[in-house]
Design a protein around this ligand. Sequence first.
Ligand code: NAP
Ligand code: 3JN
Length: 336
Amino acid sequence: MSRSFHVAVVGATGAVGIEMLKTLENRNFPVGKLTPLASARSAGKKLKFRGEDITVQELTENSFSGIDIALFSAGGSVSKQFAPIAAKAGCVVVDNSSAFRMDPNVPLVVPEINAEDIKAHKGIIANPNCTTAITLMALYPMHQAFGVKRIFASSYQAVSGTGVKALLELQNQVEQIVTGKPVKIEVYPHQIAFNVLPHIDAWLDNGYTKEEMKMENEGRKIMHLPSFKASVTCVRVPVYRAHSIAVSAEFEKPVSVEGAREAILKAPGIDLMDDPQNNVYPLPLAVTGKYNCQVGRIRKDCAFDNGLCFWVAGDQLLKGAALNAVQIAEELAKIW
Ligand code: NAP
Ligand code: 3JN
């Protein structure tokens, strides 16, 4: 990579945006100039990049002239409004929201699985939902070995998946409870401290939530597997950072635990942490801040034939968002 890029981060002050800056820096992405963008609320704020203070600018329709790559993580409505404007101005958008994920003209990419799809982009490339991306990091190598038909899964999602405000809500509620003060509930419909909420994202007519259906819809597109089925329950847990998912997967071919382990050991971006007798399995605390996801508790499913159960964990701010976006930018840089 000889050239450098003018990179914009839209939503730079958010939970994902901050990680995007750190990931660009830590992976030595060839940033010639960095432009952090956010709402008028944060304009003028300073963020650190490579040891220097850079000033956050307000996102406007004129923000994209001269920018090569724009990493968006300011929510779906901002993406819907500004990503087409950015693409029209000649920059390539990597979008973290669901706004364009299912658009047939927009590649939806986990680089370890379908990096090739990037080549078909028309100015916008979508980053998958974090729970979907982390699950697929473990499921895809097993799919390559045995051919996945369907999964049943439950997620255990950290509060940072909801953004900076939710991190503070958990911290404040824990403090309120241990000091005997009344608990303030602002972000979630119920107290999240010392609780679990089987509710992430908006309800759909089929009784699932939007978050739950992302696994099937996005999984089909990323794995190029239109027959893939997923029945998912997404659950918010009082963990600061990193999502975990318990998966039961049914495959076309006969499975073996050894074969699944071999497939994982050969796969990029996922580590095998599977020695239950010695209490070795993936933990959200252990994957926090790590680029690689971890999978363990791999065992034959006792409820159906050709089935495997496993437990996968990953830092959703990284593999579920910032890291995956920077990896897409790295792939773009190779073909620029
Ligand atoms: P967050 O912590 O609440 O941050 C939101 C960011 O968006 C802030 O920088 C905010 O700027 C900016 N923003 C909000 N409204 C804006 C506007 N009208 N114009 C310009 N900037 C605006 O949220 P987050 O957790 O980083 O998530 C952001 C998005 O990333 C989510 O909505 C989702 O689509 C996607 N995502 C998140 C995760 C995750 O694990 N958190 C995972 C995958 C994808 P101000 O500082 O000015 O308010
Ligand atoms: O709640 C989580 O743990 C992850 C949140 C992801 C998210 C939050 C708001 C909007 C998304 C997403 O990435 O799927 C969206 C969205 O649909 O854009």
